[in-house]
Write a protein that binds this ligand. Structure first.
Ligand code: ACO
Length: 433
């Protein structure tokens, strides 16, 4: 393989370096293209643009491969705890027993949020969407810990900010859930593990005991691992872009949460259940809804289907589908939407529209059914996604800072008016709009 690519613009040939990844992926380094030729590359939606080199996650969409720091997602989901995966993503290696114990202890020291944060919750009107609250709460941590704002902070302060964020995230997420119910907040219990602590803060009623169900702990542990990172997706790219301006960790991750909220990204898990409920209420005729999804004059899309990079199957969806069956069985829940989801999948996967476009169930297709079986309302689903994705965002932020990457600033091809003379107010005709 040659180490350069050639590009010819108006008979002028320019050579550009080729970069090969550790899994043999090929990239053409176009960073000097404009200075050499005056041309830029145009790639709307960054469908074919590598924005960074990264050591964190490897993904092959054609083969359905997902690995974090070299470890297969299937093995991590089967054998690891969520905090082990968080350690792996953030620090680069799996922890040994002593390292994991230190990591868990450091996190458990910071689980309480400042009492003043409760006042922010008082300001939200009843019915505020949990994701809007989460964005604000995470960003507000920079007000409670102003030392996080300084871009050139010591390694100790950097680490402290990471521990604080990992520790406070479950507390904040459960406070958002309790706010939705209008119930008092439950404080963290630091002798519990990360996932059990979150479930306790969410489901313990202030006046009653709450028995933590190991089935729920296992299922949530697995779901969080499956969401932990996904290389340069919309929210991770947002975190990196905001970080590139030297904005602080909390502001950058708050922005990532905002990007995640959209129904084309993490917000799809809420949309899937709402879609399945609609299909159920409509009589459960999946063919009718598949026809709607295929109709280009109908805005309806099959939510939880399709992916920018997976073009064969989403390995996370495979694991979640199996987990979904197991959890519902163990909890003794018979959810008719699971049957509708399976029928939808089966019918769509045989349909030429979905086959030709390589559309398969993604991570969001079955996850909502498990979240609902656990007792979470649909509005909380994307918050649970964010809880899982947090270590990935932190790893992406840290890598960006470590690599000292320049500020992200794409270019454009201007398609508006060329220069025209100013028209005085009284002489203007009404504009078309
Ligand atoms: N239902 C029906 N048709 C679809 C769907 C769908 N869910 N997804 C894609 N298509 C069709 C498009 O209409 C398009 O058809 P065309 O070629 O005839 O115009 C073709 O498949 C390609 O789709 P694009 O939108 O161009 O693909 P893109 O990579 O831009 O979008 C996305 C990917 C946003 C995930 C899309 O598949 C989608 O909207 N899915 C539903 C929302 C969803 O589940 N999002 C979660 C993704 S996973 C995650 O972010 C965690």
């Amino acid at each position: 393989m040659t180490s350069t690519a050639k590009i010819v613009i108006e008979n002028q040939e320019t050579e550009l370096p080729i970069i090969i990844g550790s899994e043999k992926e090929i990239g053409i380094d176009i960073s000097d293209l404009r200075s050499k030729t005056g041309a830029i590359t145009l790639d709307i939606g960054y469908k074919n643009t590598g924005a960074t080199k990264s050591d964190i996650t490897y993904l092959d969409g054609e083969l359905g491969i997902l690995r974090h720091r070299g470890y297969a997602i299937e093995e991590l989901a089967e054998n690891a705890t969520f905090l082990e995966v968080a350690y792996l993503l953030i620090k680069g290696e799996l922890p040994n027993i002593a390292q994991l114990s230190e990591f868990e202890t450091n996190i458990s020291r910071h689980t309480i949020v400042n009492e003043d944060m409760k006042n922010i919750f008082n300001a939200w009107p009843t019915g505020s969407h949990p994701m809007g609250q989460l964005i604000a709460m995470i960003s507000s941590l920079s007000s409670f810990y102003p030392e996080s704002i300084e871009p050139n902070q010591s390694e100790d302060v950097k680490e402290l900010n990471v521990y604080r964020l990992l520790a406070k995230m479950p507390t904040i997420c459960s406070m958002i859930y309790k706010k939705g119910l209008g119930h008092p907040f439950i404080y963290p219990k630091n002798k519990l593990d990360y996932v059990s602590n979150f479930l306790n803060m969410s489901f313990k009623h202030v006046t009653e005991d709450y028995a933590i169900d190991p089935v729920m702990v296992d299922a949530l542990n697995k779901l969080l691992i499956l969401h932990a990172d996904h290389e340069q997706n919309c929210s991770a790219s947002t975190v990196r872009l905001v970080c590139s301006s030297n904005a602080n960790l909390y502001a950058s991750i708050g922005a990532g949460v905002a990007a995640l909220w959209g129904p084309l990204h993490g917000g799809a898990n809420q949309e899937v259940i709402e879609m399945l409920e609609k299909i159920k209420a409509d009589g459960g005729d999946v063919t009718k809804w598949i026809d709607k999804a295929k109709d280009k004059n109908d805005p309806f899309r099959l939510m939880g289907f399709g992916h920018r990079v997976y073009k064969n199957f989403d390995p996370r969806a495979k694991i979640i589908k199996k987990a979904c069956d197991e959890v519902l069985n163990k909890l003794g829940i018979n959810d008719p939407t699971l049957e509708i989801a399976k029928k939808l999948e089966e019918t769509a996967l045989k349909d030429s529209y979905f086959i030709e476009r390589k559309l398969f169930p993604n991570v969001d297709f079955y996850s909502g059914i498990i979240y609902r079986a656990m007792g979470f309302p649909v509005e909380m689903f994307t918050v649970l996604f964010a809880l899982g994705r947090l270590p990935g965002w932190i790893a992406q932020f840290n890598e960006m800072r470590m690599q000292k990457q320049p500020i992200g600033r794409p270019r454009q091809i201007y398609s508006g008016y060329t220069l025209r003379p100013f028209v005085k107010r009284g002489d203007r005709k009404a504009s078309a709009k």
